[in-house]
Design a protein around this ligand. Structure first.
Ligand SMILES: O=c1ccn([C@@H]2O[C@H](COP(=O)(O)O)[C@@H](O)[C@H]2O)c(=O)[nH]1
Length: 613
């Protein structure tokens, strides 16, 4: 086999080289070994149910083909390495376990989103986890996290500023903070902070970060100096409120190491708020496993013992800390490279059992059910919009077909509007399965409508929503802020992938790429020293897209009454816009009714059954 011959193939047959042992496409190995420090961290965030890895064969998908069983084996080997090196290794997650794939969202009626997929998450030895906004869109999901997820982590599932109300009593979903010791005896004070999210369901509360840092419990939690503050949280490391938390801690502890592990904007990002702190964000959808190392001093109690400490708790050690960070592509080649393993010595029995369990869950949820065959790829940003290859254009065509099935209002002319942010993943050529439907459109949102809207008004809504109407109306800042607060994060991710594409063009990318034989993937530029990406790639083509899209307007007179149909996620903005483009009537939620029972999660499957068979 050209390997280590400790055969233990997953299916019990030696030399049964399944797809799992050998990734379906050859993958470039990491560029260099990881830098280890006295304290090291593996970080995941925004996994959104992508626990079976990315399974498509077109690049960049194979880069992310490792599944959660592979990740478990990786963690296990890394823990062994940490033991050998006699250093600390922590595992941290920054939230958003719901909404994204069939494993989280393909449950049978009556089930709870991500309940089944979270059982696998619970198997991993996470040291700290933080709640995400996707844990809060639906009360039952939050309740499930409180009752069935948080208890497994014994006080380390953190929701510093997020509460749930049960029987009239408001309490943290997990814990507000945690204090613990690492294996090497470092005292850690950890928080789990959610950005100022406002789209949460009733009976859940998110306290603004600014208010949280003024709480008495916060002051008490940070009062004693640990060896390290570990701030996990579902909040981007750039352009958000981490400095509020950081400064509140720095006001009390000017030199204590602070590590921030953020999330939410789905990007790879790193910065240093000062020389004794590093902030890392590790992408999305299990497309990135983050690595951070910090050359921390020995634990305070050891230094005291050795007479080094002079009362500050940090002894004489006030100099900048040496940190490193790396963004790993989660695949078996990466995992094997960094653990010094081969195909036949990599898997652990535990990892395999997780993979098997996930595969069984995919079967139970019938995720391979085929609605049809996608004739070619439909992408969110790689193709121009509008175009034949644009997923947004596809949805514009699909809405009038799917949403009018068995609908008594089908014969009334209409315009159907949705937000492009509801589309979360590209569709690839080939079988279009239940899993593909849910990765492309995972939100179980309904479609609403306002009847009898004059066609001229309905036609003005889309351009106004997109901020470039005939009157050059710009979407105002308050609308941007409201969208961000409700979880509208697509803009940041798109800025990030656009920046890497434009940078590549400027640097004469195509020639360089050909010479270096690079595969497609993320090409990160962040504010930390050196190169962050573990494996070099060439960036994907990028085309910008609007925030909102609509079906073709009907050819009717301007004053003809039509149905204005829209996805419920955008109801507030849409009503506001309808009231801004006309003044004859003030529309309210009382004018809105349900248009169809068909949910956003079902739309593409219904379309595919008709158009792709
Ligand atoms: O019902 C929903 C809920 C969310 N969205 C979209 O999701 C993002 C927020 O997701 P993050 O993973 O937190 O970034 C938001 O931008 C919406 O576009 C939705 O469309 N429908």
């Amino acid at each position: 086999c050209g390997d280590d011959h400790t055969h233990d193939a997953r299916d019990g047959h030696d030399h049964a080289h399944t797809k799992r042992e050998f990734p379906s496409s050859p993958l470039a190995p990491p560029s260099r070994p990881l830098t280890w420090g006295a304290l090291n961290i593996l970080h995941t965030t925004d996994s959104h149910g992508w626990l079976l890895g990315h399974q498509k064969t077109s690049f960049p998908e194979p880069n992310y083909s490792g599944d959660f069983g592979d990740f478990a084996s990786f963690v296990s080997h890394m823990k062994e390495l940490a033991l050998k090196k006699d250093v600390d290794l922590l595992l941290v997650d920054s939230g958003d376990l719901h909404d994204g794939t069939g494993l989280s969202d393909g449950y049978a009626p009556g089930g709870v989103d991500a309940h089944a997929s979270n059982q696998f998450f619970k198997e991993l030895p996470y040291d700290v986890l933080a709640i995400g906004n996707h844990e809060l869109y639906i009360y039952n999901n939050t309740l499930d996290m409180h009752q069935n997820f948080a208890p497994r982590f014994n006080g380390r599932y953190l929701s510093s500023n997020v509460n749930i109300t049960i029987d009239g009593v408001s309490k943290p979903v997990g814990s507000r903070f945690a204090k613990f010791k690492t294996r090497k005896g470092r005292a850690v004070t950890a928080l789990g902070v959610l950005y100022d999210f406002t789209g949460n369901d009733k009976n859940t509360t998110v306290q603004p970060v600014e208010a949280m840092v003024k709480e008495a419990w916060f002051a008490a939690a940070i009062k004693d100096e640990p060896d390290l503050f570990l701030l996990a949280g579902h909040m981007p490391v750039s352009r958000d409120n981490w400095p509020l938390v950081f400064n509140a801690i720095r006001a009390v502890h000017p030199i204590t190491p602070i590590i921030i592990l953020g999330g939410h904007s789905h990007i790879r990002d790193c910065l240093q708020l000062d020389g004794r702190s590093m902030s890392l964000e590790s992408g999305r959808y299990m497309e990135t496993v983050g690595w951070m190392s910090a050359d921390l001093a020995a634990p305070k109690h050891e230094r005291r013992h050795e007479g080094e400490d002079h009362g500050s708790g940090q002894g004489s050690d006030t100099k900048n800390i040496t940190f490193s960070r790396r963004y790993l592509d989660p695949n078996r080649v990466t995992y094997e490279y960094h653990t010094g393993r081969g195909n036949f010595s990599f898997d652990t029995a535990w990892g395999r059992s997780i993979t098997k369990g996930l595969e069984k869950l995919a079967k139970t949820f019938d995720l391979s059910f085929e609605y049809g065959t996608a004739p070619h790829d439909f992408t969110i940003n790689q193709a121009p919009y509008p175009s034949n290859d644009s997923l947004l254009s596809l949805v514009e065509q699909a809405m009038p077909i799917a949403l009018t099935v068995n609908n008594t209002r089908a014969s009334t002319p209409n315009i159907m509007i949705t937000n492009s942010g509801s589309l979360r993943f590209d569709i690839y050529a080939g079988p279009f399965t239940k899993n593909d439907q849910l990765t492309a459109s995972p939100f179980a949102d309904s479609f609403l409508y306002i009847p009898n809207v004059p066609a001229v008004v309905a036609k003005a809504v889309l351009p106004a929503l997109n901020g470039a109407g005939a009157d050059e109306r710009r979407r105002d800042e308050s609308m941007e802020a409201e969208l961000w607060a409700r979880g509208y994060v697509g803009t940041r991710y798109r800025e990030w992938i656009e920046e890497m594409y434009r940078r590549d063009v400027v640097e004469g990318g195509e020639a360089r790429r050909a010479a270096a034989n690079l595969t497609l993937g993320y090409v990160t530029s962040d504010a930390c020293p050196g190169v962050g990406d573990d494996t070099p790639h060439a960036p994907l083509e990028f085309h910008s897209i609007p925030d909102f899209i609509a079906s073709a307007a009907p050819a009717v007179a301007d004053d003809a009454p039509i149905d204005l149909i829209f996805v419920d996620f955008i109801e507030t903005q849409l009503i506001g816009i309808v009231n801004s483009v006309q003044k004859d009537k003030v529309f309210t939620t009382a004018d809105v009714s349900q248009y169809t029972d068909i949910l956003a999660t079902e739309l593409l499957g219904i379309f595919a059954q008709q158009a792709w068979n």
